[in-house]
Design a protein around this ligand. Structure first.
Ligand code: NG6
Ligand code: CA
Length: 517
């Protein structure tokens, strides 16, 4: 009898423990859904057609494909602009880039273009207890006008919402060619100060024009100022020898920083904006990837970027946070082959079509300029889906806010969280896209480009820019390649589109596109 009652007691305690455990699990599940980690992996100049899951057959991107095939693969996912700075501005602030006149391709010396009082994704996340970090390309300006690179560089990412930052200031082809961690140049020798000037060279410093014998990579257009690691850049730089990055190690360096960030912050909800530098010029794959694509450096750095994505996901898995992390993978603008260096991108392209089924590319108002790979992945939460709904990177701010229970919303940024989670198929009704200070408009399946005076084709990069003296009207459902301008035959639709476009954009002057020299 006594023994029986002991057994009975033990059994009751066991039942209780089980009950408590299952409740705890439930609670954890609830926490999981409301406070996932958020990671945005942002490629630079990666085209719609550069990714296997989006139709590439000549180049292999198994890791990005994994995300696409096990998450939501958007076929109408847009960057806000066909160049970098405006797209990044819109991604982080949720505001159309054409509302900010400073949101244009910036030199490395440009001041910060995000107002420090402005809402951003990381700021919004911080109100809900997130830790926030950025690793990779910034290109949104630093400082207030004159930057002393030898002192703390501020304001920058840390003043617009990032707790931790490890960045390159602008682009891989622009000086200063150094990493900046939380406002300080990494590895700077105080006895060898850095000076940067975008207008004139420093006395006695070699340049791409004067010293072709020092070059390991040849410039084609632009890119003939200071030489760093044998590569001629945009802008002049002096000093900072010990701090200069090694181009071939950049992918590994950013990956390591991103992995370290996850390891350091895995206990708290975190946001990581991981801004890859590939496949922007100069294309400098690690020796491990040289020849990996058979397509020359552009293909090789895409293979490298895909590898980086795979390694990063492995880290999330190893640190046991993959199932609690929403990953967004996308690109800041469409593809370009020759963007200023002779690197065989054109010559070794073969059958590969970086622009996918679309017309145009980087700098263009046509679809390939802004329609990019756009993937959301969340292990265990998102079911594999393909969505044709219209979405834009600008929508992430309000959408993520709604996911984590924040009331913060920004007008231009639509809350499409259900769509991002694969639980809805309704997206935006309309979207204005930008390309080097010009704008165009999509509503439903229709797309208009107002008349612009600039070149129709930029011969240097060999890209159709979308300029025409006449209005252009396309039906994207029937004419994905934008070959049939219906402006003259469907005047009613044209008038309707112009009215809807103006209702958002307002009256504005036509601005001529930037000149690539
Ligand atoms: C252009 C550069 C191009 C690239 C681009 C910015 C020249 C001739 N071309 O001005 O190489 O750097 O700016 O690219 O200098 S982006 O992806 O950051 O927008
Ligand atoms: Ca870019």
């Amino acid at each position: 009898m006594k023994i029986n009652s002991i057994y009975y007691k033990i059994f009751t305690i066991f039942l209780f423990t089980m009950l408590i455990c299952s409740c705890k699990e439930k609670n954890e599940k609830i926490t999981k859904v409301t406070k996932p980690n958020i990671v945005i992996i942002y490629a630079d100049d990666l085209g719609y057609g550069d990714v296997g899951a989006y139709g590439a057959t000549e180049i292999k991107t198994p890791n990005i494909d994994y995300l696409a095939n096990n998450g939501v693969r958007f076929t109408s996912g847009y960057a806000s602009s066909s160049t970098c700075t405006p797209s990044r501005y819109a991604l982080l602030t949720g505001v159309y880039p054409w509302r900010n006149k400073k949101a244009k391709i910036l030199p490395g010396t440009a001041p910060l273009i995000i107002d420090t009082s402005q809402m951003t994704i990381p700021k919004m996340l911080k109100t809900k207890g997130y830790h926030t970090g950025i690793v990779g390309k910034w290109h949104l300006g630093l400082g207030t006008g004159y930057t002393d690179w030898n002192k703390k560089i501020t304001p920058g990412p840390n003043q617009v919402g990032f707790d931790d930052s490890y960045i390159m200031a602008a682009t891989q082809d622009r000086v200063p060619t150094v990493y900046i961690k939380n406002g300080n140049v990494v590895g700077l020798d105080p006895n060898d100060p850095i000076e940067v000037n975008y207008k004139k060279n420093f006395v006695g410093q070699p340049t791409g024009v004067d010293n072709p014998e020092l070059l390991t990579m040849k410039w084609h257009h632009g890119h003939n100022n200071s030489i760093v690691n044998g590569i001629p850049r945009i802008g002049f730089m002096k000093g900072g020898e010990a701090a200069k990055w090694k181009d071939e190690e950049m992918a590994d360096q950013f990956l390591k920083e991103a992995q370290d960030y996850v390891k350091a912050r895995k206990e708290e909800p975190f946001f990581l904006y991981y801004a890859l530098q590939q496949p922007h010029v100069p294309r400098t794959p690690s020796p491990r990837f040289v020849g990996s694509s058979g397509m020359g450096p552009r293909g090789d750095v895409i293979v490298e970027a895909d590898w980086v994505v795979g390694e990063f996901i492995k880290t999330l898995e190893k640190e046991e946070v993959l199932e609690n992390t929403l990953i967004v993978f996308t690109s800041d603008n469409g593809p370009v082959l020759n963007d200023g260096y002779d690197d065989d991108a054109v010559e070794k392209l073969g059958e590969h079509k970086p622009w996918g089924p679309f017309k145009g590319g980087k700098y263009s108002l046509f679809e390939a300029g802004t329609r990019v790979p756009f993937i959301t992945y969340w292990k265990g939460e998102i079911q594999p889906t393909v969505s044709d709904a219209l979405v834009c990177q600008m929508d992430l701010l309000s959408s993520i806010a709604s996911l984590i229970g924040s009331d913060i919303r920004v007008d231009d940024s639509e809350n499409l969280m259900d769509l991002f989670l694969g639980k809805s198929d309704s997206g935006r009704e309309e979207l204005i896209i930008e390309a080097t200070s010009r704008t165009a408009f999509r509503k439903g399946d229709w797309f208009i480009i107002p008349p612009y005076k600039g070149l129709e084709v930029n011969d240097l990069v060999n890209i159709e820019l979308g300029n025409s003296k006449e209005y252009q009207l396309y039906n994207l459902k029937e004419d994905i390649a934008q070959e049939r301008n219906l402006a003259k035959t469907n005047k009613e639709k044209l008038a309707e589109m112009i009215a809807s476009f103006k209702a958002i954009r307002g009256e504005h002057d036509d601005i001529e596109e930037l000149e690539l020299k």
